[in-house]
Design a binder for this molecule. Structure first.
Ligand code: DC
Length: 652
């Protein structure tokens, strides 16, 4: 089976831009489809669960136009679906099948709706019962109470309140609320039980209001949708970042030092799962809030506290707490989470089984789970993920205990977060930053260190050289800061094994030309160019780890790198190495510069680099100094590896 081997991790820090919220994406898609007018949805989540919704809507006659990355223009039907028959496959997307079932039942057509086998084990009976009360014709074609379903035209009567249970899934109420305005008549829904996961209903009501339909709510008991309201497009809408997905990174910050910042959710969020941050706070984590971001760091004393919490309001993010419990100072109890049993898998069973594999003691009940951490986690455990994206994502945190962890079938994260492990690597994968002056041999040493550890390698100097070359090719003046920054921001460069490509053409030799080197040195002093290359450099941080070479790797690009080395040598030694290189390359005596001129040149360059205002060359105190003046390459590599072993003890 496909698996991902996570290396032992020690620290987490950095910033992650969240993908769009699944709950908001699928609701907005359906509301835009039923609304009058055209809606442009920006920052839509691109994942398996939204794709099944898009495919279903297209087959029901809704005009959908992709407007570039994560942006869709939806031409609404202004009422029920125009296509009156269809056979719809909804995968394992609860947020798609439930609301769509209600909208289809009120559309006056003949439809079939089904999903993956697990979807056929996930209940839908309470919703079907609710819809049947008003006359909808819905039949079970498999097991009673579960998809697949067949839907037929029927006359709808709204004479009495619809009575519905709210204790299995809040999505049944969401589906009724979103569908009923299609009747144009006043509709009343009354809960016959306690309503779970209330924050999700708030999302539903909030988004319905944005599309022009107001619902009167009496406590969490009775909901009235006054007649005569229809959905109208609000024009352009933005999808917030996914608050449930934020939980993994916030937990990583709390466990692995931090700060870790998630962008896309914050104080203004309409998603209940942002309350996960409060739960982390009760564990002692330090949390900071912005309008559109949340940041977490470890408690001041580094120790997360045990908890006993009712988590009914954040059922999805609560799974992350079950893994965070491994890092607490005692037994942690998660209560009122019965809905875990009817999600992508039986999450209580799944979490208990996998946490036990890691060595934790786990007790479980019908609607609760308690996790007692162990001092040392089992290493190299294969975590099964049950085709459940959240199981895969939350167990990645276990590696922060400094043990290797294997995640089986990691691709199941594509349900809501296809790039999850890359994003996780960007805040956790170990980075070995090797800074130093030119000709210190850091390129050769860094490459050997990367090979010895099996890590990725970033030659950041090559990016500056590539930018200079690309600018020169495009006749862009190297003094034009903004124009060069634009070139840097969309550099068509690629490192393919040993080959360096620019717009598909191999340029290994070309970027080493003296002219290009001088150009690189010039543009490297331009702040806008450095900013344009910053995120690109950070994106090279991947599992199992990265060795990054360049003069500002440890200070600017990866300030949180767990291993930093400042590699240097006397100007005389560096000049001698360069001089030898020129002889080896076959440069004739008559054009070869004099050794003393090379020394002078290097000294001047060092002074310039140390004095420049942006990313100055400097030995910061948190970097280990390796002076290679008297060392061979092999000795220099050994010295860096020694630093690695001291800072990342799990390599011993
Ligand atoms: O290491 P190198 O000679 O390939 O680097 C090319 C130029 O880019 C050189 O002038 C230093 C500069 N550079 C930089 O300013 N910051 C980096 N991280 C890497 C290189």
């Amino acid at each position: 089976m496909d698996f991902l081997q996570l290396p032992p991790l020690q620290r987490a820090a950095g910033t992650v831009k969240l993908p769009g919220s699944k709950s908001i994406s699928n609701r907005m898609l359906l509301l835009a489809a039923l609304a009058g007018g055209t809606t442009e949805i920006r920052d839509l989540l691109d994942s398996a669960d939204t794709r099944v919704m898009l495919t279903a809507l297209a087959s029901l006659g809704i005009g959908l136009e992709s407007q570039g990355i994560n942006c869709w223009r939806v031409c609404g039907a202004g009422g029920v679906f125009p296509v009156k028959q269809g056979d719809l496959f909804m995968g394992n997307a609860g947020t798609a099948i439930r609301p769509l079932t209600a909208a289809l039942a009120l559309s006056g057509g003949n439809y079939k709706i089904s999903g993956v086998p697990r979807m056929h084990e996930r209940p839908i009976g309470d919703l079907v019962d609710g819809l049947r009360q008003i006359g909808c014709d819905i039949r079970y074609t498999g097991n009673e109470g579960f998809p697949p379903l067949e839907i037929h035209p029927a006359e709808v009567k709204l004479s009495a309140p619809i009575k519905v249970r709210g204790d299995v899934s809040s999505q049944f109420l969401t589906a009724l609320l979103m569908g009923l305005p299609l009747t144009g008549k006043t509709a009343v829904i009354e809960m016959t039980t306690e309503l779970i996961s209330k924050p999700y209903i708030e999302i539903t009501l909030n988004l319905m209001a944005r599309f022009g339909v107001k619902v009167e709510r009496e406590e969490w008991q009775r909901f009235t949708i006054p007649g005569g309201q229809g959905y109208r497009s609000p024009g352009v809408v933005y999808v917030e970042g996914d608050a449930s997905s934020a939980s993994y990174f916030l937990a990583a910050g709390a466990i692995g030092g931090g700060p870790v910042r998630v962008e896309g959710v914050g104080k203004q969020s309409i998603q209940g799962d942002v309350k996960f941050a409060n739960a982390l706070e009760t564990m002692g984590a330090c949390i900071a809030w912005g309008d559109n971001w949340i940041e977490s760091s470890a408690p001041a004393d580094g120790k997360l506290k045990a908890f006993d919490l009712d988590l009914n309001h954040i059922p999805d993010a609560a799974m992350t707490l079950a893994v965070a419990a491994l890092f607490a100072d005692g037994k942690c109890t998660l209560r009122n989470i019965a809905s875990w049993r009817v999600k992508e898998t039986d999450r209580i069973v799944a979490m208990a089984t996998e946490l036990r594999k890691l060595g934790a003691a786990v007790e479980e009940g019908v609607d609760w789970i308690a996790v007692t951490p162990v001092l040392t986690l089992q290493e190299n455990v294969g975590i099964d993920t049950y085709d459940d994206h959240r199981v895969a994502m939350c167990f990645s945190l276990a590696a922060l205990a400094g043990v290797p962890v294997r995640i089986n079938d990691p691709k199941c994260v594509s349900k809501t977060f296809p790039d999850y492990f890359d994003a996780f690597a960007r805040v956790t994968a170990p980075v070995i930053a090797i800074d130093g002056p030119s000709a210190s041999g850091k390129g050769t040493v860094a490459q050997s260190v990367a090979a010895a550890l099996g890590y990725h390698f970033l030659d950041s100097g090559a990016l500056y050289r590539l930018t200079a070359l690309a600018a020169m090719k495009a006749n862009v003046s190297l003094d034009d800061e903004q124009a060069v920054a634009t070139v840097a921001a969309s550099l068509p460069a690629e490192f393919a094994g040993d080959r360096i490509l620019l717009a598909g053409e191999e340029v290994n030799e070309a970027i080493r030309a003296e002219e290009v080197g001088n150009g690189a040195s010039k543009i490297a002093a331009l702040p806008a160019v450095r900013t344009a290359l910053l995120e690109r450099q950070r994106a090279y941080r991947r599992f199992p780890g990265l060795v990054a070479d360049g003069r500002d790797m440890g200070s600017v690009v990866f300030p949180d790198a767990p291993v930093k080395v400042f590699l240097t040598a006397s100007a005389a030694a560096r000049a001698e190495r360069r001089y030898k290189q020129l002889i080896d390359k076959g440069m004739p005596d008559n054009i070869r510069p004099l050794l003393r001129d090379i020394v002078k040149d290097l000294e001047e360059r060092d002074a310039r680099d140390a004095a420049r205002p942006v990313a100055p060359l400097k030995h910061y105190p948190d970097a280990d100094l390796v002076d290679t003046t008297a060392l061979t390459i092999e000795q220099a590599v050994a010295a860096v590896l020694d630093s690695v072993h001291r800072k990342l003890p799990f390599f011993n």
